[in-house]
Design a protein around this ligand. Structure first.
Ligand SMILES: [Zn+2]
Length: 203
């Protein structure tokens, strides 16, 4: 399964959707009891079998017994956004999550937030068709607030992608392929809106 995560990481960096190589990717295990997530500090285009870690979705429920002390150590090695991924897996049917620091999405989330808006409304045809509106989620990195806000947004099954305020995109989908496509749509919609707003001096 780590190969799927590695392929998605490579694709997102090679496509130029991110400038920094950091973010995190996860997929739900076949049993549904756990998920595989990138380790903290792992560059998205350099993921190998040692760069991912398995985390139980529900406390005390795992495919294999894990000592609580070992569990704590594992969690420390996992991505700092692990609580956000776990909460989404607990509360929605998502099977894959991709979070990336896409620059236009970061900028647009801040501009819209400063203008008093809680979503980015796409103006491009692709964004209008597939995304309709992009919720802006707030909360510190890996915080309970962010985890709760993200899970609440993705409980609406028509929502596949959102932007974490001043931070990056997050897509929660059926597969990593879909999550990659949604991430590309989010960043495209944000880029077009930013360019339009700049040309018109709207902000
Ligand atoms: Zn991040």
């Amino acid at each position: 399964m780590w190969q799927k995560i590695a392929a998605a990481g490579k694709k997102i960096v090679e496509s130029g959707l991110v400038e920094a190589n950091f973010g995190n990717i996860s997929i739900r295990s076949r049993s549904g009891n756990s998920f595989l997530i990138t380790k903290t500090g792992t560059a998205l285009d350099e993921i190998d079998s040692c760069g991912v870690i398995e985390i139980p979705i529900f406390d005390g429920e795992s495919d294999t017994f894990v000592d609580p002390f070992v569990a704590a150590a594992i969690e420390k090695a996992a991505s700092s956004e692990t609580p956000v991924h776990r909460r989404i897996y607990r509360e929605t049917n998502a099977n894959a999550i991709l979070h990336a620091h896409c620059p236009y999405s970061v900028v647009m989330s801040i501009l819209e937030h400063e203008a008093g808006n809680d979503a980015v409304i796409p103006i491009d045809s692709e964004g209008k068709l597939f995304l309709k509106e992009i919720p802006i989620i707030s909360g510190g990195i890996g915080s309970d607030t962010l985890a709760a806000n993200a899970a609440a947004v993705f409980k609406d099954e028509s929502v596949k992608g959102a932007i974490i305020l001043g931070h990056g995109t997050i897509a929660a989908c059926d597969s990593l392929e879909e999550a990659y496509n949604v991430t590309a749509q989010l960043e495209h919609a944000a880029k077009i809106k930013y360019m339009y707003a700049k040309a018109k001096n709207l902000f």
